[in-house]
Ligand binder design. Structure first.
Ligand SMILES: Cc1ncc(C[n+]2csc(CCOP(=O)(O)OP(=O)(O)O)c2C)c(N)n1
Length: 187
């Protein structure tokens, strides 16, 4: 499964949610499908996208929050899963695109390619709804089920280590920051 195809497949389901992505490939892919004011692309703070999503979810319990994370980022901050589980916001879906690679910095292999199963790590951390999927159909089905469930979910999607040709877009970091802040204030 290609991550961009997975993003395209659920794009129409992101309209009424605050969406937080990690930096790099996934941010550029989502923007290439179409930026919206409810999308925030967290730069640099690797491992903290789920924490940003958690803060939004707790402060705005009526607002669905979706985090698009990466395996390298989650591995860098495994404690983030425990914190998610501890507060267990019903309005947060944590998607981890697991390409077994630090793709955005050159494709160095991560431990999910050899031994670590992140959906099981999330479950052991206390996340009650977890799944690991390998096809687009499964991804869409589990994503939609998580939206219906209204429970904290960590959905790991095994994807190819393929990204966009370039990561630079014409959306400035500050523009994204203020636009997203205004979106949140209006909700
Ligand atoms: C604390 C920190 N360390 C290192 C980096 C450099 N860096 C940016 S993206 C990235 C790889 C992210 O890997 P992953 O989460 O698996 O996402 P992918 O690039 O594979 O989509 C790294 C190491 C960073 N931004 N922050």
């Amino acid at each position: 499964m290609k991550r961009i195809d997975a993003l395209r497949a659920v794009y129409d389901r992101l309209g009424d949610s605050a969406v937080v992505t990690i930096m790099g490939a996934v941010a550029a892919e989502l923007q290439s499908i179409g930026h919206r004011p409810n999308f925030f692309y967290l730069q640099h703070a690797m491992g903290l996208a789920s924490s940003v999503g958690l803060g939004i979810a707790l402060s705005k319990p009526a607002l669905p929050v979706i985090v698009f994370d990466g395996d390298g980022s989650v591995l860098m901050n495994l404690g983030g899963l425990s914190t998610l589980a501890r507060y267990r916001p019903k309005n947060l879906i944590h998607v981890v695109f697991d390409n077994e690679s630090l793709l955005s910095v050159g494709g160095f292999p991560t431990a999910t390619g050899t031994c670590t199963r992140l959906a099981e790590v999330a479950a052991a951390a206390g996340v009650l709804r977890t799944a690991c999927v390998t096809t687009i159909d499964e991804f869409v089905r589990e994503f939609a089920a998580a939206q219906r469930a209204g429970e904290l979910t960590t959905l790991v999607a095994k994807v190819d280590a393929i990204g966009p040709a370039a990561f630079v877009t014409d959306l400035g970091l500050l523009e994204n920051r203020f636009q997203f802040q205004r979106y949140l204030q209006g909700r």
